[in-house]
Write a protein that binds this ligand. Structure first.
Ligand code: SF4
Ligand code: SF4
Length: 414
């Protein structure tokens, strides 16, 4: 059924929101900050590029904080505004609205079926390819495609698989997904209470219904919301606009509206919402603080298992490995030094104190610490603290243990 403009005009507003979301979906993978993607989980390097931050996947703590923030934000939004996400923002419903011509084809309303199928295949591939760009650098993808005519087989396999799934979803599943298998639909039915925003029949005017069934015919999920709140309702407001069109001719308003519960009592100060807001705020602040302290590189200072401690030239020598993993697009320089806590021991660091790693490079360097033999002989183990300073002055400290060599000094060859 063709929707005409109504006083409420929710469908025009939804169409406007859709345009913004589609533009964001298509453009975000191409936006770059500091030489990196604005928002992308890079599968080849296992790095999450996030609003200018570089987060290696092994940074569990930060990823946990962001996950908790998003979880509580979603729960709180559902408590307050119900399935507003589903009807206005969800990629599934946005895709189904954009491809609504499929419904017409199925009902035999249009004879240009081959053209529509062709269009559907193109849309499926565009969505699938753009989804892959959230995991693979799009600039590299196009560079290789245009210069060498090459797409990595795994990337192509993902695009093809996703395109087939999206095609089947658009052609066969459509809004049934929202009403049946969508996990969010199951969760939200538990979160609803008497103050959650949803589409209701207005109690004062519901007896004015002339049973034209317009609201049922336009419903995205095929339900009859006149019977009462239904967990399959995605808050798309099509029934509000359809009824407005019918009742408008009688000089009346739509019999449906967005209401905060059946009695329309807006109450954001209820305990569940307050707890949700506090938890969301706490995890948001914690995520920002953690993001500010993130380093786009990782440094390890480990005992070298292949170098046995030994005496040589009046010193006891232990071998270590400095491992620098640079995730950023800039060269990373670091300096190693002995912390104040270990300065009372006479330690020599060889062969160098300054190291660098090129962009995306993982570098391993051998480092030797030398302590005068007479000090080492008196101590089986000496605890030391090594400082590692980057060019921005950020310092991390690593605790290491210097071991007394097993062999006697006189028996060791240089
Ligand atoms: S009942 Fe109304 S708001 Fe709910 S899904 Fe159907 S048309 Fe959309
Ligand atoms: S569109 Fe309005 S008047 Fe028509 S059946 Fe639905 S509620 Fe009743």
């Amino acid at each position: 059924m063709k929707m005409e403009k109504s006083k409420y005009n929710y469908q025009d507003k939804r169409a406007f929101v859709r345009k913004i979301l589609i533009a964001l979906f298509l453009l975000v993978p191409f936006i770059r900050i500091n030489g990196h993607s604005f928002f992308r989980f890079d599968i080849p390097d296992l790095i999450f590029y996030f609003f200018g931050f570089t987060v290696p996947i092994n940074n569990f703590f930060f990823i946990l904080l962001v996950t908790l923030f998003l979880t509580f934000a979603f729960i709180t939004m559902t408590l307050m505004f119900g399935r507003i996400w589903c009807g206005w923002i969800c990629p599934q419903s946005v895709t189904m609205e954009v491809t609504s011509f499929v419904d017409k084809v199925k009902k035999g309303e249009n004879s240009k079926k081959i053209l529509y199928f062709f269009l559907l295949i193109i849309i499926s591939f565009v969505i699938a390819t753009n989804m892959v760009f959230y995991f693979v650098d799009p600039y590299q993808f196009f560079r290789k495609l245009f210069s060498e005519g090459y797409i990595h087989p795994v990337t192509f396999g993902f695009i093809l698989t996703l395109a087939i799934i999206i095609f089947l979803d658009i052609y066969l599943v459509r809004f049934r997904f929202c009403a049946t298998v969508c996990p969010y639909s199951m969760i939200q039915s538990v979160l609803y209470d008497d103050h959650t925003l949803a589409v209701y029949m207005i109690p004062e005017t519901k007896d004015d219904c002339i049973k034209c069934n317009s609201c049922v015919r336009v419903c995205s999920t095929g339900i009859d919301i006149r019977q009462g709140l239904n967990s399959a309702c995605i808050n798309c407001a099509k029934c509000i606009d359809a009824c407005e069109k019918v009742m408008g001719k009688k000089g009346k308003k739509s019999l449906f509206a967005y209401l905060y519960g059946p009695n329309n009592e807006k109450k954001f100060t209820r305990p569940t919402v307050l707890i949700g807001l506090v938890a969301t705020s706490v995890f948001l602040v914690a995520s920002i603080v953690a993001a500010v302290h993130l380093k786009p590189y990782k440094v390890e200072f480990l005992t070298n298992p292949k170098f046995y401690p030994r005496f040589t030239e009046g010193y006891a020598v232990n071998g270590f490995q400095l491992i620098i993993e640079n995730y950023s697009s800039k060269e990373k320089k670091i300096e190693i030094f002995l912390s104040e806590k270990s300065k009372n021991i006479d330690v020599v660091i060889e062969p160098a104190k300054y190291f660098s790693a090129k962009p995306k490079e993982k570098k391993e360097e051998n480092i030797f610490l030398k302590i005068p033999s007479e000090i080492s002989e008196k101590n089986q183990l000496i605890d030391l603290e090594i400082g590692i300073k980057d060019e921005e002055g950020k310092i991390i400290f690593k605790k290491i243990t210097f071991r007394k060599p097993f062999v006697k000094r006189s028996s060791v060859k240089k």
